[in-house]
Design a protein around this ligand. Structure first.
Ligand SMILES: Nc1ncnc2c1ncn2[C@@H]1O[C@H](COP(=O)(O)OP(=O)(O)OP(=O)(O)O)[C@@H](O)[C@H]1O
Ligand SMILES: [Mg+2]
Length: 355
């Protein structure tokens, strides 16, 4: 099965002059290598496409794929994660992970929380600060937490993101508005345990792979799974799989959010408990990092004894099941799809020798 891979390579953007923080969400070369090698080991014929600009060029030169393994994060605008899937939709080329609606919605943490609230899922009270005038209108009790509305990898998040006074609130919000040039999400600070839940599958087939507690070590930045703590996670963070009653409640909440939002194939939901021990939704990651050792979803799998190739298998099986409308077994799907007569989307324009 001819499988394209779309992604944003961090090195490409660094070479263009973007800085470390601007490119923090993009993938390292070894992540793409690992995904491609695993897909090949599983019997897929891979073809590296690259970012949205390469995709557009390849499409206009007539290239097509049976499916695209899409992890492109995009560089510009609130719809940036949705751009590659939207183009693939226009060409009727199927792809892994969520669709443009979900990827646009979930990049905006405030809009996502409106939907999460509508689904009856606990999430802290919040306000969106578009400009300085909005800061004084905030009546949510301290302590608060402020973060950019549409970033990942804890961009803009430090120990100072936990806010205990109005003066600090002004300072942090102004700083975020100025440096990251986007609205700020201000919400109640959740003081309890932090969990990230790895999920594979779509709708009723979605299952949790494990509940991982994020435990900050003594020498870590306090209270927050911050940018610095993530970049230096080997020294500053301890990850544990947990299964106590609070963890189980976090798992149920994460699955309700995943299914309610309509996320597909695989990803992560991040939660933290409030003072009463109730896990609250913080955010969902429908394009979770896939570095075999450094990204949270593969870390959860490692702790749960799920090898990397099994994670990639489950992602592909979930995407293929959506295409075929029936539950595949990994082995039969791969052999079926290598058979050109049964390939669900065989295309006469396919290039003969994909990488
Ligand atoms: N309301 C809150 N109360 C307490 N801590 C919070 C709150 N919101 C976020 N945090 C802390 O900030 C961290 C990063 O927040 P969040 O998960 O929203 O950001 P992100 O950059 O999208 O993360 P990811 O790397 O998972 O994409 C959380 O893991 C948590 O430690
Ligand atoms: Mg997060």
């Amino acid at each position: 099965m001819k499988t394209g891979i779309t992604y944003d390579l961090r090195d490409d953007y660094l070479a263009e002059g973007y800085n470390d923080e601007e490119t923090a969400e993009f993938d390292r070369a070894d992540t793409i290598d690992a995904i491609e090698q695993t897909l090949q080991d599983l019997g897929y014929l891979t073809d590296r496409i690259g970012n949205i600009k390469s995709l557009v060029k390849r499409l206009s030169s007539g290239d097509r794929w049976d499916i695209v393994f899409n992890i492109a994060e995009g560089i510009e605008g609130l719809g940036r994660e949705a751009q590659v899937p939207a183009i693939l939709d226009a060409y009727n080329i199927p792809y892994t992970f969520s669709d443009p609606l979900i990827l646009s919605l979930t990049l905006h943490k405030g809009m996502t929380k409106h939907v999460i609230r509508g689904l009856g899922i606990p999430t802290p009270d919040f306000a969106v600060v578009e400009g300085e005038d909005d800061i004084e209108k905030i009546t949510i009790p301290f302590p608060l937490f402020a973060k950019p509305i549409a970033e990942g990898t804890s961009k803009g998040i430090t120990a100072a993101s936990k806010i205990t006074s109005r003066e600090q609130l002004f300072h942090v919000c102004r700083n975020l508005l100025f440096t990251l040039r986007q609205p700020v999400l201000v919400e109640r600070f959740l003081p309890g345990r932090e969990f990230t839940i790895g999920i594979v599958g779509t709708g009723h087939d979605a299952v949790a792979l494990g509940v991982m507690e994020v435990h900050l070590k003594e020498n870590a930045e306090k209270d927050v799974y911050s940018y610095v703590n993530k970049e230096n996670c080997e020294e500053l963070v301890e990850y544990r799989l947990v299964n106590d009653s609070m963890a189980q409640l976090a798992q149920e909440t994460s699955l309700a959010a995943w299914r309610g939002l309509g996320c597909r194939d695989a990803g992560r939901v991040d939660l933290r408990a409030d003072a009463e021990g109730i896990p609250h939704f913080m955010e969902v990651n429908p394009l979770a990092g896939l570095h075999p050792e450094h990204s949270d979803l593969p870390i959860i799998c490692n702790l749960a004894g799920i090898p990397y190739h099994e994670l990639i298998t489950m992602i592909m099986d979930s995407a293929l099941k959506r295409l075929q409308g029936k539950k595949p077994n990994s082995h039969t799907v791969r052999s079926t799809l290598l058979d050109p007569h049964l390939s669900c989307l065989a295309n006469s324009n396919n290039r003969e020798t994909p990488r």
